[in-house]
Design a protein around this ligand. Structure first.
Ligand code: P1T
Length: 379
């Protein structure tokens, strides 16, 4: 089955009770048993719920995995991966990460004795210098949030395999429409489903997808033991979102390209970060591992002026100034004060997250309206 068909039919079947084409929302915490242990596969909804099952199967299908797990948020999914580790273990991650991921690593798991190395992964060989016997996980976000750097998943997977280290890829910005990290050798794919997979800015959810059964079992144990699951109503919404992922992503990419080109030609714009430019430092890797370049763009205003950037985002009328990304509507954000505020200024500026940086999540509205909005705001 090819990708577009998988988003609609992958590992799905009509509901067994009445043939409902969409799985019913099983809004229940518990299930009747005829005798202790005598049940129909479901005991308690933290452990298993039929609506969540349908969604988890769909996750596995679209990422070419065998097992999917749904969590109450993207961060809850990352939290579950980190719980595979123990005190004394070390993690190597890229140095340009979503601010909340950085905060979870440095302000929560560091306190439990886990060491994190934040590394520029432009050249994956740089990872080797940080590997020792305690290294248990490589965490990669690609494209990165918000600088749109691209990390070579296949090359990183080769290094991880050589040293018997788990490789997890945060695939939130790309989605499986653009890249499928398990096929490139990753062990775990993670998503903030809140974003493109949900696609309508109406839920908060996370996902993990794996191929290996024993890894899936360990993660399922953590999902059930820690309990950060998603509810059935949200599972239903995410499943509905997945069914249009491919058509939405196609338009996000088309609009993203048009806006990246427009911004790059504007005299009041300094730098535009978008992996589709041939001048982007990781363009060749993007071309190799992604189908297209996505709808996320970051840029700075001429002279790197904070006040100009703030005025610009305040003036936007169709782009909404808001946290988050990946919904059908276009959003604009100011990473330094919003999504990446939890990273110390000195640290974030090293990777380019300066005070004049603006991040756009380009939606699927008419391209002309989006460009006109930027034109009037820049004017
Ligand atoms: O917000 P949540 O569903 O918990 O997902 C966290 C997360 C993980 N990974 C990446 C790459 C992300 O972008 C996020 C969430 N990001 C935002 C809210 C944002 O506006 O960037």
């Amino acid at each position: 089955m090819k990708f577009n068909t998988k988003t609609i039919h992958g590992k799905q079947q009509p509901d067994l009770a009445y043939g409902a084409v969409m799985p019913p929302i099983y809004q229940t915490s518990t299930y009747a048993q005829s005798t202790p242990g005598g049940h129909k596969g479901y005991e308690y909804s933290r452990s298993k719920n039929p609506t969540r099952d349908a969604l988890e199967n769909a996750f596995a299908s679209i990422e070419n995995g065998d097992f999917g797990l749904a969590f109450g948020s993207g961060l809850a999914a990352i939290d579950a991966v980190l719980k595979l580790l123990k005190s004394g273990d070390e993690v190597i991650c890229n140095n340009d990460l979503y601010g909340g991921t950085y905060r979870l690593f440095t302000s929560v798991f560091k306190n439990f004795g886990i060491t994190f190395h934040f590394v520029n992964m432009d050249n994956p060989d740089a990872i080797e210098a940080y590997i020792n016997d305690d290294t248990k996980l490589i965490w990669v976000e690609t494209p990165t949030n918000p600088m749109l750097n691209i990390i070579d998943i296949e090359a990183t997977a080769t290094i991880a395999k050589k040293h018997n280290i788990l490789l997890a890829v945060d695939n939130t910005f790309a989605t499986p429409y653009l890249q499928q990290p398990l096929d490139l050798g990753a062990d775990i794919v993670m998503h903030s489903v809140t974003k493109y997979i949900g696609g309508h800015s109406d839920l908060v959810m996370g996902a993990l997808i794996v191929k290996e059964k024993s890894l899936a079992e360990r993660l399922y144990f953590i999902q059930n033991a820690s309990g950060a699951i998603c509810g059935p109503q949200d599972a239903f919404l995410a499943l509905r979102g997945i069914k249009t992922l491919h058509v939405r992503m196609q338009r996000h990419c088309e609009n993203g390209k048009a806006i990246a080109l427009y911004l790059a030609s504007h005299p009041k714009v300094e730098n535009v970060y978008w992996p589709g430019f041939e001048s982007h430092p990781n363009h060749d890797i993007a071309k190799k591992q992604m189908k297209d370049f996505g709808g996320m763009i970051s840029f700075t205003t001429k002279g790197n002026d904070y006040n100009t950037s703030i005025k610009l985002i305040e003036n936007l009328k169709i782009f909404t100034l808001a946290e988050s990304l990946g919904g059908v509507e276009s959003l604009a954000g100011h990473p330094a004060s919003m999504t990446h505020a939890s990273i110390p200024k000195e640290e974030r500026e090293k990777t380019g997250v300066v005070d004049s940086l603006i991040r756009l999540s380009v939606g699927i509205e008419d391209e002309e309206d989006l460009i006109n909005d930027l034109k009037q705001a820049l004017g």
